[in-house]
Design a protein around this ligand. Structure first.
Ligand SMILES: [Zn+2]
Length: 230
């Protein structure tokens, strides 16, 4: 383990969770009585109150940075593969980390970025094509910009976000003078890995859509690693 354990509700919800069990798990945690022990570094097993004095045995293994869960299991579902995040796992995670992690980063959070098509961002200008319409790489840059803005208020001092994956369709050509708006919406959160749905539209309708992933990183460490590649 390299950091303290800090799994957000958005991360728990992004795993294969049982509908309603995030809220039920929070209630169990708040009532208290969850007992646990760390049997390997980052791996815990616990007894979680169930009903009428009964308890369920659940276990959880955290990712190295402590912000995600790598593996979980509970006797209530008894599934070894792809075990769902049930209320007992939620209560166990909250008990281990000592509470709910407060974050602005929630599923469904969105932000937009706007630009105008000019001679500087056409396919012809950036070299991605020969036509004087909005360039695909500029649409991608606008989508990334929207996603970056979406995370802006959720970063700690010294952190930044970097794009790690993008897969989009560019379905219509926007002419010079058109105003293009890209929107990024948080779909899933796995610790420091954030997955977005991205769309772009101009005055006449949708021009592109797809998926984008960003990673929240320590800016200084990221730049050190990058300069080592020289
Ligand atoms: Zn359970």
């Amino acid at each position: 383990m390299t950091g303290k354990i800090a799994v957000t509700l958005a991360t728990l919800e992004s795993h294969n969770h049982i509908i309603g069990d995030i809220e039920r798990g929070v209630k169990i945690f708040e009532r208290g009585g969850v007992e646990f022990l760390e049997h390997e570094p980052g791996e815990y097993v616990g007894h979680v109150p169930h009903k009428r004095g009964e308890s369920k045995t659940a276990s959880v293994k955290f990712s190295r940075d402590g912000r995600d869960i790598e593996y979980n299991f509970c006797h209530c579902t008894w599934r070894l593969e792809n075990s769902p995040v049930c209320r007992h796992v939620v209560a166990l995670v909250l008990a281990i980390q000592g509470g709910i992690v407060n974050t602005e980063l929630t599923l469904g959070k969105s932000a937009s970025a706007v630009t105008k098509v000019t001679e500087h961002n056409t396919a012809h200008a950036v070299g991605s094509g020969s036509t004087h319409v909005f360039a695909t790489p500029m649409m991608i840059a606008l989508m990334e910009s929207a996603a970056r803005k979406c995370l802006a208020g959720c970063l700690s001092e010294g952190q930044t976000s970097v794009g790690t994956q993008i897969s989009v369709e560019h379905t219509a050509a926007s002419p010079l003078g058109a105003e293009v708006t890209a929107t990024a919406t948080v779909e899933r959160v796995f610790g420091s890995r954030i997955e977005f749905i991205v769309t772009a539209l101009d005055g006449s309708g949708e021009i592109g859509k797809g998926r984008h992933t960003r990673a929240i990183v320590d800016a200084a460490r990221f730049m050190t690693k990058a300069s080592e590649r020289r």
